[in-house]
Design a protein around this ligand. Sequence first.
Ligand code: LLP
Length: 382
Amino acid sequence: MTQFPLDIFAQTRTPFYFYDLNLLQATLTEIKQSVSQPHIHVHYAIKANANPEILKVIKENGFGVDCVSGGEVEAALNAGFAADKIVFAGVGKSDWEIELGLDNNISCFNVESAAELDVIQEIAQIKGKTARVALRVNPNVDAHTHHYITTGLAENKFGISLDMLDSVIERCMVSPNIELLGLHFHIGSQITEIHPFERLCQRVNELQDKYESQGIKFSSINVGGGLGIDYNNPDENPIPDFKAYFSTFEQHLKLRPGQQLHFELGRSIVGQCGSLITKVLYVKEGVAKKFAIVDAGFTELIRPALYQAHHKIENLTSNSTKTHKYDVVGPICESSDRFGEAEILPTTSRGDLIALRSAGAYGEIMASQYNCRKLPQSIYAK
Ligand code: LLP
């Protein structure tokens, strides 16, 4: 369970991110224990959090990286990740980003359209290189998650639709500077049921059977990420059930001999190790409500405003045994700048420290400087 060092917090300017690197290490250890076979490769989805201290721990544990921009490829290389453990996805890769990947010999481009394949072929040819690619297939599997973070449905912008896959595979075959490694999938994020992953496995099996009958073999399958975390009970469930997750793939995916299996996990690795720590500036008595106005806003944590997400809110410093309902709101000039409505908290006063839990993934990395605010600092428990 994450312990909050309040003495250190008292000397640190709020708002800031607090990362429990011991929990991160325990999470990584659990993953390594759940996947001992050498054909399984876990790439950390760096989009979830690119804080250098976090990257250092993940790198030291031998993980690869999943990137979706040239900036992320640079961040991964700067953190010391080996290029041959970097995969690079994204629907809109710019020419310089493709060049960066080729110049550094990254392990695989996850290609999302025929048009992109042609540009990669063209740039690889100019450089006299071979680009290793996996085709990102849109498997039309419903992830049962928030519509903003579901990615595998047919009408989604991501991936190559099943109808067009044959023609893109053929195009790979006739592109001299392209080496087709396999297929890539990602159905969405914050998936808390196991069934969507089972359906994904079935879809992969169908496709493998189909292409095998045509004599096409893939050396690798990438099933993306998406495993969810328990936002309501971060202390009870600090580490997701990785054993159940990986064993779903082990049971349902019919891998061919020698085939490599790749995962791209973001939230499930870093989500629970981070909290946003903020200070109560004012308690404002409304007509029918009390507002706890805190010094963090959606500039530091945008998930509640953008996805109606809820992060558990805790008053770390109140000693009161009485509770009240508070709307916990930030200082940004927009009504969506609200972390919680009618939150039951102990009597809360100016100066109290509040933790917004489970903010390690898609928190700090999505921070903005709207209202000319400063980007948050971060501190660590090691
Ligand atoms: N692979 C691909 C191709 C992805 O697009 C993503 C996430 C991942 C892997 C990692 O997914 P994860 O294991 O973290 O679920 N900002 C949103 C989440 C966006 C996820 C985008 N793609 C949020 O705060 O909920």
